[in-house]
Design a protein around this ligand. Structure first.
Ligand code: SF4
Length: 454
């Protein structure tokens, strides 16, 4: 352990506090990142109500106001490393117990980790937190869709403010970096969509988006930074906690049955954090979310599409929306970098590398009135994806304030659907969900403006 340590919590006098601050300020420059994690801080529980999940129960979630290491987002090895620096006596078995309390049982308090010693629980509480992020708003649509506005501010990682597409071959594990430079509290949205036979959680991967797709509300929000793996995972854990998906009885079905990375941001431009989050979501000792129920949606970051099959091993969805480069360049500027021909080639490579040959690639196609909804578009689409095991989702455009687009007429959407079906293309028309709370596809935007419309 480094120069400053748990001693601080033992000494609560003014002098000790001043000495501690002096030590922290001078020593932080010399410490290893791990050691910086282990600096003890006092815990100031505050509370915010997570309201409306159940009208009768308002649950209190602690809000942490001082930097401690957040164990949400750490894998078993990392949790063991943190814990063993706090208490060198512990072994890997105990590290795994802590991991299971967090990821399997959804435990939020170290005090409740019954099979750990009281001393270890106290030490963990002094140095670490278990935080899913703070719920700033919770909105319920008339159709039952739930949108959460989550705030993340306790962590800052090295690569957070850059788009992660610099070196696509560098897939090294996310490095744990100290968390003292507090960011100003970035807001992201996550949406839970309940249906009769399933519940889908739509997760965000970035704060804002750099890609500026013209039909997408998030595209009008400036790109701020990548979410960390902890923040990506925190969205799932927040909702799973309130849906009582942790520590389920045997054979009890999850309430969140499907996870889609279709919220704010381009997931493949935050590849390493996405990979780390998926690895924790699917880890058998913890959440154990089935890989075939996780879908990563991309606007077409060609060099990384194959890795969705080989490394992430989850399902793929492509935001296509146009069948010719001219129109797609206008609707989705990323197409200038990765045109349709290259995109389709990479999708075929994904299919050939996918371990489950029954997997279907989903093509998302937003229906824009007078733009991409002509019969010729449908015919071209069917030719483009010929031979790819796929499903086309036709999405009636969900309007947002200031957009130049209008939704296609119902008759045109139906005709498009018929044309595709006649060409033996598996397709469906997506039912809009959560429109009244701006939670529908393409409507998410989490900066302060969104509150005016909420
Ligand atoms: S559709 Fe996706 S990639 Fe395009 S602007 Fe919206 S969030 Fe970004």
């Amino acid at each position: 352990m480094g120069i400053v340590g748990n001693n601080y919590v033992e000494k609560r006098g003014k002098l000790a506090r001043l000495y501690y601050l002096y030590e922290v300020t001078t020593a932080l420059y010399m410490l290893e990142p791990w050691e910086k994690f282990i600096v003890s801080h006092r815990f100031k529980p505050n509370a915010i109500s997570f309201y409306n999940y159940s009208k009768s129960v308002a649950t209190e979630i602690p809000v942490y106001t001082e930097p401690k290491i957040n164990l949400v987002g750490l894998n078993p090895k990392q949790i063991y490393e943190v814990a063993s620096r706090i208490d060198p006596k512990i072994n890997k078995f105990v590290g795994n117990q802590i991991y299971q309390w967090i990821y399997k049982k959804g435990c939020l308090e170290f005090d409740n980790m019954a099979n750990l010693s009281l001393e270890l629980r106290k030490k963990l509480g002094n140095s670490c937190i278990i935080s899913y992020g703070n719920v700033r708003e919770s909105q319920l649509s008339v159709d039952g869709t739930r949108k959460l506005l989550l705030e993340y501010k306790s962590e800052k990682k090295k690569a957070c403010n850059t788009v992660d597409n610099g070196n696509v071959n560098d897939t090294s594990e996310e490095k744990l970096v100290l968390g003292y430079k507090e960011n100003p509290g970035d807001l992201v949205e996550t949406v839970y969509i309940p249906e009769v036979d399933r519940g889908t959680l739509c997760v965000s991967s970035q704060v804002g988006c750099a890609l500026n797709c013209k039909f997408c509300h998030t595209g009008t929000q400036k790109f701020m930074r990548n979410l960390t793996s902890s923040e990506i995972l925190g969205q799932y854990m927040q909702v799973a906690y309130y849906m009582a998906d942790f520590d389920r009885k045997e054979n009890e079905r999850r309430k969140i049955t499907n996870l889609v990375f279709m919220g704010q941001g381009e997931p493949l431009l935050n590849y390493r954090n996405l990979k780390a989050a998926i690895s924790l979501l699917t880890c058998k000792d913890g959440i154990a979310f089935p890989t075939n129920k996780i879908t990563v949606s991309t606007s077409g970051i060609v060099p990384l599409i194959e890795k969705v099959a080989t490394e992430l091993q989850v399902q793929l969805a492509i935001s296509l929306h146009a069948t010719e480069d001219g129109l797609r360049n206008k609707l989705m500027p990323i197409n200038k970098q990765y045109p349709i021909k290259e995109l389709i080639k990479s999708i075929r490579a994904f299919c050939s590398k996918s371990s489950d040959k029954n997997n279907r690639v989903t093509f998302e196609y937003v229906m824009l009135d007078g733009i991409n909804d002509f019969p010729g578009d449908a015919v071209r689409l069917s030719k483009l994806i010929k031979g790819i095991k796929s499903h086309v989702n036709l999405i009636p455009f969900n309007p947002w304030p200031g957009t130049e687009f209008k939704a296609s007429k119902k008759a045109k959407i139906n005709a498009f659907y018929e044309t595709l079906s006649n060409q033996d293309v598996s397709c469906s028309i997506r039912k809009p969900r959560g429109q009244d709370i701006f939670a529908a596809c393409g409507q998410l935007k989490s900066n302060s403006l969104s509150k005016q419309w909420a």
